[in-house]
Structures are given as structure tokens and as C-alpha cells.
Design a protein. Structure first.
Length: 325
């Protein structure tokens, strides 16, 4: 039984594919979790391989009741009173708070059998037969009409849609074209590399962030909003513990409005919402801070510019021609 998995990732797209070649799912606003269940022994790993087992005891107990050796893939989500994902509640979750749900969308291994090369439809049937219809474990539902699902996500202000190609296999660690994600808003994780001082009494003016490219951290933008005033002093303390004399970015940092800048070691990952990309690959306007992502390694954070579906199709076509040769 494997005890380490690099999750399969999605390619970012501008539009939802309007084709019969895909199933569609809700893009959950939570933590990606791989569960390793050896009957009564359960280990929960984050996307970066951190052990999250102690954080979600109710889910661990529910997984023990399955009575099988399995490896599962899904998203840990806290739902609010209206039934919508609440990422803030997930970040501050403890077992006495809101009930938690492990939204499962794949099964990779079961009772001595590697299932990753089975078509996704067959893996899903196995998953559905395994998971009870109540409790902390729930199945992430498949939909046939991706455009309608996306419109519903827009109306409900939810995160977006994931498209999964029918008959596709599970490719560990790949950001494959078999899985696509279309967010309703432009949101991404970036690595914090510094902060700019505030001139009006706030703990800081903005955070400076970037992403890795070929192993080097490139500055991309800044974020001056989205922070709760009562939480800013604690954020500043985190930054000050990581302060360093040199910029972690390989390129020049622009648009700091001449504010004094402090550099930090690139250890913190945060989620930001922003308007759009510039042609030079920067964030056009200041981004909005949405919260830290302790489940992701900084070196795994890369810039994701959405492909058009035309570009995705051309990539698939090129791969197919290469295989035929």
C-alpha cells in the first residue's frame, strides 16, 4: 500500500469546455487532502505532504469505519449554515466548531489493487460503492452540463468548476489537460517575499508576492487590501520573524509607491484575488488578501496564467500526434 502520493493537478482555463468529453464538478473551497486508510490506521496528508491527521479526528474515525485499505483523494471543507463552503471557518477549525466534510472525488488504491490506470468512471463507481451516504464523508457529485454548473457557481458566488475528461487515468503530480479548472474569480496562491511600511498607522501598507519559475522566485504583484485590522499585527509578527536583508525575488520590485520595504524569507504562502494579468505577467492592480495557505509548500507555487480552450485543444492534438509517431 502506498503511503505517499503527489496529487494530480488541474490546468487553469478561461472557459468551461462545452463538450461531451468531460464530467464536471464543483471546485470546492477547502484543503486538498490525500487519505491513506489501512483499516483502523488513518493518515491524512496535505497537498504538500504535511500530516493533517490530528486536525480532523471526526474524519479519521469515519474513514476507520470503511473497513478497507484505500487511498482516497478529496477536499476538506467546512460548510456554513447556508450550506456553502466557508474557508475562514476551515482555517480556524477545531473539532468543537462547525461539522466538517471530506468531499471525495477519487480513489487511487484499494485492498491491494492500484486503481490509477482505470478510467475515471470506473474509479468513481468503486468510490461511490465504498462511501456511506451520510456523515463526514461525502461524494463530490459529477454533472454533465459544465456551462450550466458554471453559471450556478457565478450566481452563488462559489469558487468555480472542475472538468475531468471521461475515460482519463490518474497521473500523479501532473498538471494534465485531462483535468481543467475554471474559477469564477481570479484567485491564486503566491509566495510572500516582503512588506511595505504604512504611513497611516496600519501594521503595514501592502504585502509583496511572487511565484517560482525554473526554481527562482519572481515578483508578480502586491496586496494592500483584504486584511482585518485586528489580524494585521499578528501578520506583521509572522513577517518580522522571517525578515532578511536581501530581496528573495530575482527581478526588480515595482509599484511600491516609494514606501520603505522589508524583505522576508519566502516561507509564507497566501491566497489572493485579483483583477487580471498584464502582458508582462504581472498583476494589473493591487490584489486582495484572502488568507494564508499552510497546506502548500512555497516552492510548489508557480504562476498559473489561464489557457484558452483553443490552446488546450492544440496541446492535446500535439501530444496525440507525438504518440502516433
Amino acid at each position: 500500500m502506498p503511503f505517499k502520493v503527489s496529487p494530480m493537478l488541474c490546468t487553469l482555463t478561461k472557459e468551461v469546455p462545452e463538450t461531451d468529453n468531460y464530467f464536471f464538478e464543483i471546485k470546492w473551497d477547502g484543503y486538498r487532502i490525500i487519505a491513506f486508510v489501512d483499516k483502523k490506521k488513518v493518515v491524512l496528508h496535505s497537498r504538500s505532504g504535511l500530516d493533517y491527521s490530528a486536525r480532523y479526528p471526526a474524519v479519521v474515525e469515519a474513514l476507520k469505519e470503511l473497513g478497507h485499505q484505500v487511498v482516497l483523494d478529496g477536499e476538506m471543507v467546512v460548510f456554513n449554515e447556508d450550506g456553502f463552503p466557508d474557508f475562514d471557518a476551515l482555517q480556524s477549525y477545531n473539532s468543537s466548531d462547525h461539522p466538517i466534510s471530506y468531499c471525495l472525488f477519487d480513489i487511487l488504491w484499494m485492498d491491494g489493487n492500484d486503481l490509477q490506470q482505470l478510467p475515471i468512471e470506473e474509479r468513481r463507481k468503486i468510490l461511490v460503492s465504498l462511501i456511506p451516504k451520510r456523515g463526514e464523508l461525502r461524494i463530490s457529485e459529477f454533472f454533465e452540463d459544465g456551462k450550466a454548473l458554471y453559471e450556478q457557481m457565478l450566481a452563488l458566488n462559489l469558487e468555480g468548476v472542475v472538468a475531468k475528461k471521461k475515460r482519463s487515468h490518474y497521473h500523479q503530480g501532473e498538471r494534465a489537460d485531462d483535468w481543467l479548472k475554471t474559477p469564477t474569480k481570479k484567485r491564486q496562491e503566491f509566495v510572500i517575499g516582503g512588506w511595505a511600511e504604512s504611513e497611516n498607522g496600519r501594521s503595514f501598507k501592502s504585502l509583496l508576492f511572487g511565484a517560482y519559475k525554473n526554481g527562482k522566485l519572481e515578483w508578480i504583484g502586491r496586496s494592500g487590501g483584504g486584511y482585518k485590522l485586528k489580524e494585521m499585527p499578528e501578520i506583521l509578527k509572522k513577517l518580522e520573524k522571517l525578515e532578511t536583508d536581501h530581496s528573495p525575488f530575482v527581478n526588480e520590485v515595482l509599484d511600491t509607491k516609494k514606501a520603505p520595504v522589508h524583505w522576508v524569507k519566502p516561507k509564507l504562502v497566501a491566497n489572493f484575488e485579483f483583477a487580471t494579468w498584464t502582458k508582462s505577467g504581472r498583476i494589473r492592480k493591487p490584489a486582495t488578501f484572502l488568507g494564508f495557505r499552510n497546506d502548500k509548500k512555497p516552492t510548489d507555487v508557480v504562476r498559473e496564467v489561464p489557457d484558452s480552450l483553443k490552446k488546450v485543444k492544440s496541446k492535446i492534438s500535439a501530444k496525440t500526434k507525438k504518440v502516433k509517431k
